[in-house]
Design a protein around this ligand. Sequence first.
Ligand code: TXA
Ligand code: MG
Length: 326
Amino acid sequence: MARVVPATERHIEEAAALLSAGRLVAFPTETVYGLGAAARDPAAVERIYRIKGRPAGHPLIVHLPGAKYMERWAEAVPQAAVYLAQRFWPGPLTLVLRRSKLVPDIVTGGQETVALRSPHHPVAQQLLTAFGDGVAAPSANRFGRISPTRAAHVAAEFPEDLLVLDGGPSQVGLESTILDLSQVAAGEAPRLLRPGGVPLALIEEALGLPVHLPGQAEGGGPRVPGSLGSHYAARAPTQLVSADQLAARSLAGGAQVAVLALQPAPEGFIGRWLRLPQEPVGYGSRLYAALRELDALSPQSILIEAVPADPEWLAVRDRLQRASAS
Ligand code: TXA
Ligand code: MG
């Protein structure tokens, strides 16, 4: 059984000791909860794949206490990466760089690159500092399921013996933005691999450069399993519905339908209706908990109102598309 404990100093020290002993620990970050292992311990990292049910070859993000650890894990770090780390770390930005020799193959899925991030959640910071090295951590959910934004979500995913540090709800609520800078030295533009916690506009503004968006890349770029269709999915069939069709579609669904919406429920609706904030930051922070809440009702179907097509909704739109892909 998962053991959920408050993230006190004593429990954080216990968690760091478990990591050193090759065990897994779940911990809060500002994006989602992570399932961590000592990144330099291949046997420990192997356990992550086993308990998540994650197919081999899907690389993991290495979490660092701060930017000064970057040079240990990456080689030929371009100036743009140093600058972005200064500007956005600790925070919800992951940088993909050329890996250094000490990074085990199991962390990178055998690729020549490594994904690095320094989270700003105080509990993650304290844990990483106490451990004093890189922690490989995917989101603490079973493969393909909704990412956890609370300790209780993690406990619900894993029946295994697992220490879960409870640091309250994750504030950002969506995973980090992933930016590939591994080809920048070869003259290529940075590429967005996953929209997330740091808005693209802020990154472009900081770089003074446009970033390549997914789909713009030619040839096979690095593998990102988040880009496999169905991901972050509820168990119930989930559909995206445009704002103007939502009332009619939900009324037709009767009591067995659950709806995640921006607009209020239409008169006569008898299923479950959950409203989220009409701006992307508040919406993103509550999305995964809301999907879990609806899914727990075992509805016949879940309808999600499409969100605006504006750039600041990019990360939310990405997750809604994955949640509704079948
Ligand atoms: O916000 C986050 O990033 C959370 C928290 C726990 O930090 N972590 C997270 O990890 O979302 P995960 O494993 O669920 O998603 C990591 C993504 C995957 O899509 C993986 O393919 C990609 O990062 N990734 C990891 N290493 C990579 C690499 N070397 N090249 C390209 N993509 C990589
Ligand atoms: Mg994940």
